[in-house]
Design a protein around this ligand. Sequence first.
Ligand code: SF4
Length: 360
Amino acid sequence: MLSSSSPSRPFIIPVFLPHAGCPHQCVFCNQKVITHATDSLPSNLEIISFIHAWLKYRTPGRSSVQIAFFGGNFLGIELPEIIRFLSIARQFVLDGSVDSIRFSTRPDTITPSHLELLAGFPVSTIEIGAQSMNDTVLELCQRGHTVLDTIQAVHLVQDSGYTVGMQMMTGLPGSDTGVDISSGLRIADLHPDFVRIYPTVVLDHSLLARWYRAGRYTPMPLSESVSLVKQLYLIFHEARISVIRMGLQVSTDMGSAAMILAGPLHPAFGHLVMAEIYRDKALETLKRHHECGDRIWLGVHPRRISVMRGLKNENIRYLSEQLCSTHITVEAWPQLSEHQIAWRLVSDIRQAEGYCDVFE
Ligand code: SF4
C-alpha cells in the first residue's frame, strides 16, 4: 500500500533469517512463527538457489530488484556471517541480475564500524526496527534499546546516504492511541524514506502470549487499530513519507488460530485503512452540501472503487446511515486521479456536484 509520493516499488527477494543476531526475544516476537523457519542460518547453496528461484518470478514494471535480509537483526549477526550473506548477494549485483541489497536491523546495531563494513557492498536500503518512540513502551517490550538509540541510528544511516525505512508497531504493551500517535509524529520528524506499520498481534510462544493468557495484555480491537493506523498514515502522508505496509502479511499458515492467538490481524488491513480514509473524506465533503434524502453519486478512479465502497460495501452502509440517503452509487471515473472523489447530489428540486481531493 503505497502513498502518492512513493516511487514504483522494487521487486524484493526476501531471504528470511529468523531471530538471527537477536540478543534475546522481544516480548511480542516469535520470528519462527512468522517465517516458519528454523534456528540454523541458511547455507550458501540454500541462499543462492532461493534467489535464483525468486528471480524467475520478477514482475515487469518494478523499478529495481533487491535482495532483502529480513526476519532478524542483520547487523547483530556474527561478522563473518554478515560478510558471507553480503558477499553472496553482491555476486548477483555484479552479474547484473539484482540491483542492490537491503536488510532490517535493530537501532542499537547501527554503528560507525558496521557502516564502514557495509561501504564495501552494494547495500542501498536499511530498515530500522524502531517499534515505538516511547522509552517506557520499549522497556516493557524488553527491546533493550532506547528512543535515543533509534534517533542516532537514523541520523547515522541518513548521513551515510542510504535509503532509510522505519518499522513501527501499534498497540504494544504500555502503549495506547495517544502514545502511538506521538511515536508516529516523532518518526515523521526523522524523515525516513518509508515506514511500515505493524499492529501488534499475539503470537504463540511469545512472552506476550503468556501475558495475554494471564490477562496482563489485551490487544487493540481491529476497528480501533484500523482507525489508529489511518491517523498514522495521514501523518506520514502529510510528511511525504511513503507507507509501504500496514498490517502483518498473512500467509496461509499464519491465519491459523494456533499461531495467532489474538489481535488486529486482517488479510486486507491496508485496504481497511484506505477505505476509512476515502469514507471520511466523502462524508466530510458531502455533509457540507447534502440534504437528507438526496440521491448520491460518487465517482472515483477505477482502481479506487473497492476502497470507496469499503470491504463488503461497509462504506456505502455507513454513508447511507450518516447522510440519511437510501441511494448511493459508486462509479468508475477513469478521468479522475487516484486521490480524487467526484460527487453529485440530486433531489427532485435541486442538483449539486463537485470534486474533492482525499488528501487535501
Ligand atoms: S523483534 Fe526483531 S530484534 Fe526483537 S526478537 Fe524479533 S527479530 Fe529479534
